[in-house]
Design a protein around this ligand. Structure first.
Ligand code: FAD
Length: 481
């Protein structure tokens, strides 16, 4: 059994010796950075949960590849129940960390690549599937964290990859050497990359004939010497560097980076698609659907934290009994559970692929994610309404601890006497973090753009809806020939 604890994970990722450009400086040993630590702590949560007797059953599962007990975050789904359990696990992590815990994207990439390589081999006689099985068995047995890297910079959105002024605006095969390929380009917005051991590079969209160089899927270790990282800023991120953590709002956090591949050599055994343009779109579609399902679990868990914080601040403010407050909290619950229902529904309606793993129902997964692009914003609006203006004007932890300012804050921020002022401030900071601070990157901006913006889901919903069947049904109903 290769299940790492959170501590073992942190040690293993620390040994990678990753470097990144952060706030104008090249930083060695990024795991020592106060900006990165909260995000590593969130990933560590997913490892500890596999050892916690309360959650072990949900997080531990028998591998279909090697028979070992592995963490569900590296599992290939073997049934609709596995898909449902994935969503439940993500909800648990969402509430436990109140942020993006960064480990879903690799699981979603692996499941998409597993079935796509199988189908590609069947059509083109390639041997990608066995390569991927070998690679993923190693990942499972070592209990590694994998980043799923799909989003290219894309340059001028109106132009195809080959028509861009710079061909590197989409990751491409630049050169062929004996025993492998050399890739060049970049992936943007990479969640949890600095907390990962490996990267699964995937095409960003459907490639066409003539765009073979950009139809590439492969694995690269995060500590490859030709991979560069540039840290993404988040609102109020430097609060994470302060000694008193109260102003941060949440000691867990997410993290994104720009990842540059500067002529990275990838050996053949780590290449899972190389020029088969007809499978680039299939891979994107499958990854996006798994990832859209994921949002039906993780963002619901963060929503649970926001609802809990809102209900608590209402008690602390002394308004919990007011009918409009109760109604707003019920509305938040309704919106959050609607997202969850879609996550469960697309999982329960999942179907086996030819390769043997299970794929979510594509229509319902896209409905799930489209709701995620809207409902968290409404939840954030309602939380802001209930919490009050202090959300934007609260004095700092340092002022609370100051011998002159502190007593004034204690005096004038006193509300429901059952709760000390310091606790009221903690809850306000958590809500602030999620609706307007660093946590809003994961809860709001990622909800909009992660796994693709709303238009991408609308296109898939239009394609998957079976409109002809509905028209046919109406014609039959009305005896129209
Ligand atoms: C917090 C966060 C975490 C993320 N994590 C990851 C990750 O781990 N891995 C990963 O691979 N990606 C990740 N993403 C990237 C995410 O998938 C993209 O942001 C998303 O697909 C949108 O792409 P974009 O940002 O390039 O925006 P754009 O593609 O520029 O989209 C912006 C708008 O322009 C529209 N648009 C774009 N192209 C066209 C066109 N040709 N014609 C008309 N309209 C167009 C879109 O519909 C949208 O409304 C993350 C994003 C965020 C915000």
């Amino acid at each position: 059994m290769a299940l790492k604890t959170g501590k073992e994970y942190l040690e293993s990722v620390g040994q990678l010796g990753l470097e990144a450009h952060m706030l104008g400086k090249k930083t060695s040993e990024v795991n020592e950075s106060g900006l990165v630590k909260p995000s590593q702590k969130a990933v560590a949560f997913t490892f500890d949960a596999a050892h916690d007797p309360k959650t072990q059953e949900l997080f531990c599962v028998e591998s279909s590849l090697c028979g070992d007990v592995v963490n569900r975050f590296s599992h290939l789904h073997q049934s609709p129940q596995d898909l449902v359990n994935k969503v439940k696990m993500q909800r648990h992590c969402g509430l436990g960390t109140a942020c993006c815990f960064q480990r879903c994207v690799g699981m979603d990439a692996a499941n998409a690549i597993f079935s796509t390589t199988y189908d590609c081999d069947a059509k083109h006689g390639t041997d990608y599937h066995q390569r991927f099985r070998d690679y993923w068995t190693w990942i499972q047995q070592k209990d590694l964290v994998v980043d799923g890297a799909m989003t290219d910079p894309k340059g001028d959105r109106g132009k195809r990859p080959k028509d861009q002024l710079d061909p590197d605006l989409f990751v491409r095969v630049k050169e062929r050497r004996p025993g492998g390929i050399v890739i060049s380009g970049a992936k943007l917005h990479q969640t949890g990359m600095l907390n990962s051991h490996e990267i699964l590079v995937m095409p960003t969209m459907t490639m066409r004939e003539g765009e073979e160089a950009w139809a590439v899927c492969c694995a690269v270790p995060t500590n490859d010497q030709n991979v560069r990282y540039i840290y993404g800023r988040q609102a109020s991120d430097t609060r994470k560097l302060e000694a008193d953590l109260m102003d941060v709002g949440n000691s867990f956090g997410g993290q994104e980076v720009m990842t540059v591949f500067e002529d990275v050599f990838v050996p053949d055994e780590r290449v899972f698609l190389d020029g088969e343009v007809d499978f680039s779109g299939i891979l994107v579609e499958r990854f996006a659907s798994y990832h859209r399902q994921s949002y039906g679990g993780c963002k619901v868990g963060v929503g649970d934290a926001l609802i809990g914080a809102t209900a608590l601040i209402a008690q602390m403010n002394g308004v919990a009994g007011a009918s409009h407050i109760k109604d707003k909290i019920v509305e938040m619950i309704h919106l959050n559970e609607t997202i969850y229902s879609c996550g469960i529904a697309c999982s329960a309606e999942g179907q086996a692929t030819a390769s043997g793993n299970y794929l979510v129902n594509l229509l319902l997964a896209n409905v799930c994610k489209l709701n995620v692009t809207r409902f968290p914003y409404e939840l954030a609006r309602l939380a802001t309404d209930v919490a009050g203006g202090l959300l934007g004007t609260l004095p700092s932890a340092a002022d609370l601890n100051d011998p002159v300012a502190g007593p004034y804050i204690e005096k004038y921020l006193a509300a429901n006497p059952d709760y000390p002022v310091v606790d009221r401030m903690k809850v306000l900071r958590l809500i602030e973090n999620l609706v307007a601070g660093a946590g809003a990157v994961g809860y709001l901006i990622e909800s909009m753009h992660g796994a693709g913006p709303p238009t991408a889901q609308r296109i898939m919903i239009g394609r998957q809806a079976g409109l002809d069947q509905k028209i046919e049904g109406v014609k039959n109903l009305l005896n129209i020939a």
